[in-house]
Design a protein around this ligand. Structure first.
Ligand SMILES: O=P(O)(O)OC[C@H]1O[C@H](OP(=O)(O)OP(=O)(O)O)[C@H](O)[C@@H]1O
Ligand code: HPA
Ligand SMILES: [Mg+2]
Length: 168
């Protein structure tokens, strides 16, 4: 799906913070975790909020870029791998490690990281049905034909009145 999808799910900063707190509450029951790995760039923001709530200070990133236009997700490329010291935590397969992203859509991004650390706990704030099986904990599910608009991608803009010419 793309920003031209029929359904829009705009998220304000306030709503996003609230949803990240709800995610942290669920993760508090699923832990304990020794470290967080955020999937950049979208995972950086929820990771900061969850790290604060769960008092986690060991934060790593895995940097994945998808080369896509507004219609199609292109090839995914790992720009930065997970550090060996983080991979070595627990059983060396991700046990005790929390992986966070802002959302899962097709699940392709989560699958790449799942293949790196199969026993890690995967969390996303929002999930679409195709990506849901890759995620252990999420807050809100939206339909596959919905596009989620994050607060960092939006700005205040004039809204036309619902009823045109209502001043006259
Ligand atoms: O489940 P998928 O179909 O793989 O899509 C989900 C991914 O897409 C978005 O990231 P994007 O690649 O747009 O990059 P960004 O996080 O740097 O904005 C989002 O932040 C997820 O990481
Ligand atoms: O619904 C979405 N919103 C923002 N970025 C995305 N990347 C994949 N799906 C989405
Ligand atoms: Mg992303």
């Amino acid at each position: 799906m793309s920003p031209t999808s029929p359904k829009a799910f705009p998220v304000s900063w306030d709503q996003f913070h609230r949803d990240c707190r709800a995610l942290a509450w669920r993760l508090a029951a699923a832990g304990p975790f020794e470290a967080i790995i955020c999937i950049t760039r979208g995972g950086l923001v929820p990771a900061a909020i969850v790290a604060r709530e769960l008092d986690l200070r060991l934060i790593e990133s895995v940097c994945i870029a998808s080369y896509h236009d507004y219609k199609n997700q292109g090839e995914l490329k790992v720009l930065k791998d997970i550090a060996p010291s983080i991979k070595a935590i627990g059983d060396g397969q991700g046990k005790g490690v929390l992986v966070i992203d802002d959302l899962t859509d097709t699940g392709k991004t989560a699958k790449i990281v799942r293949d790196m650390l199969p026993n890690a706990h995967f969390a996303a704030v929002y999930a679409k049905p195709a990506g849901r099986p890759l995620i252990d904990t999420f807050v809100t599910e939206v339909s596959q034909d919905t596009w989620i608009y994050f607060p960092w991608d939006m700005g205040l803009a004039y809204q036309a009145p619902i009823r045109e010419g209502s001043a006259g």
